[in-house]
Design a protein around this ligand. Structure first.
Ligand SMILES: C[S@@+](CC[C@H](N)C(=O)[O-])C[C@H]1O[C@@H](n2cnc3c(N)ncnc32)[C@H](O)[C@@H]1O
Length: 327
């Protein structure tokens, strides 16, 4: 049953996960039961305060207590570890980071004024902020990667040269090229975005190149242009600008694949809560939004594309592939 007080206190759960992850507790707790004092010495924390944090992790089912005073990571808590196949470690670090935290604190102001909360709090847009903060940029890039690789198995690649525009560290492109041995790829993003890409693309390096640049200036030519998690970062006019550039670079007969959540027509749809929460996150972070299928069709038409099909939700997530052809 829904509980309003628990909802209002939700920030505490988020910061408890953040503190545990920032202190490196999941990795140590995963090695086997350890006393609070020994753990405090290992991670350089105050023993009493750490014991209290551990109790919180136990009641949240993230850790288990082996009485009288030993603790271990639970099965539920495993994805907090780095290297876990479904790791959410970087997402937890990104969501709990003081910069993200402050931006969420300005949601009221964003709703009042329509101004992006991040810009209001930090005085500049998220991607400019990331360009000057190597640590946050590294966390952001890894957080974007979490969950991205799995999408590749659902993506149809109708063409030879695949350009992943805003493709970050190349996780999606690496997975696509691994599944399509005849395809070649171009990863296009800012220099900060692709910082870790050479390592991620190592196994397909002979069929792939990395290009850095501003996707509002121009994007590389290709038979398949992918925009995953990109349009929802921007307002409509900015999206049309980016899409016109993609239209120019799409080779004859090529396809544009927009891969991101699609806002359902009804709020009672099973994916609605995930898409709506993501839409609020866009109001906080970037000034973008989640869009309905007719909204995507209108944006695409304004840039010279025709929406040809929309996939089912990928693996039960709110994400779909919106496919378009050049007019
Ligand atoms: C939300 S992330 C999505 C990353 C990746 N496509 C994924 O889904 O995991 C947005 C990406 O756009 C890149 N980006 C933002 N503004 C850009 C610009 N003007 N030119 C090129 N890349 C940009 C960022 O560096 C980042 O990698």
């Amino acid at each position: 049953m829904k509980n309003l007080s628990a909802m209002a206190f939700g920030f505490a759960g988020s910061q408890i996960l953040y503190a545990a992850t920032k202190l490196g507790l999941p990795e140590v707790l995963a090695r086997g039961p350890i006393t609070a004092d020994a753990l405090a010495a290992r991670v350089e924390a105050d023993p009493d305060a750490l014991r209290r944090l551990l109790r919180a992790l136990v009641v949240l089912d993230v850790a288990i207590e082996i009485p009288p005073d030993r603790y271990a990571l639970s099965a539920f808590g495993q994805p907090l570890r780095e290297g876990h196949p479904r790791s959410i470690r970087s997402s937890v670090l990104l969501l709990g980071d003081p910069a993200t935290w402050q931006a969420w604190g300005a949601l009221t102001s964003a709703v009042r004024t329509g101004e992006t909360a991040w810009d209001h709090v930090h005085g500049r847009p998220l991607f400019e902020h990331l360009a000057s903060s190597q640590e946050l940029s590294g966390i952001f890039n890894t957080a974007m990667r979490e969950g991205t690789g799995q999408v590749a198995e659902f993506v149809r690649i109708p063409g030879r040269t695949v350009v992943d525009v805003g493709g970050g560290n190349g996780t999606l492109l690496a997975a696509i090229l691994a599944r399509h041995p005849d395809a070649e790829g171009v990863l296009f993003d800012s220099a900060e975005g692709t910082a870790d890409a050479p390592a991620v693309l190592r196994d397909v390096a002979d069929r792939c190149r990395i290009e850095n640049g501003d996707f509002f200036d121009a994007v590389p030519d290709g038979d398949v242009i992918i925009l995953k998690g990109i349009l929802h970062d921007w307002d409509d006019d900015t999206c049309v600008r980016l899409l016109r550039g993609c239209r120019k670079s799409l080779r004859p007969g090529g396809r544009l694949l927009v891969i991101e959540p699609v806002m359902p027509g009804s709020l009672s749809a099973p994916e609605a809560s995930g898409v709506v929460m993501s839409d609020i996150a866009m109001l906080v972070y970037t000034g973008g939004r989640e869009r309905t299928q007719p909204e995507f069709a209108a944006l695409l038409a304004a840039a010279g594309f025709t929406l040809t099909q929309v996939s089912e939700r990928l693996g039960g997530s709110p994400i779909r592939v919106v496919e378009a052809a050049g007019d």
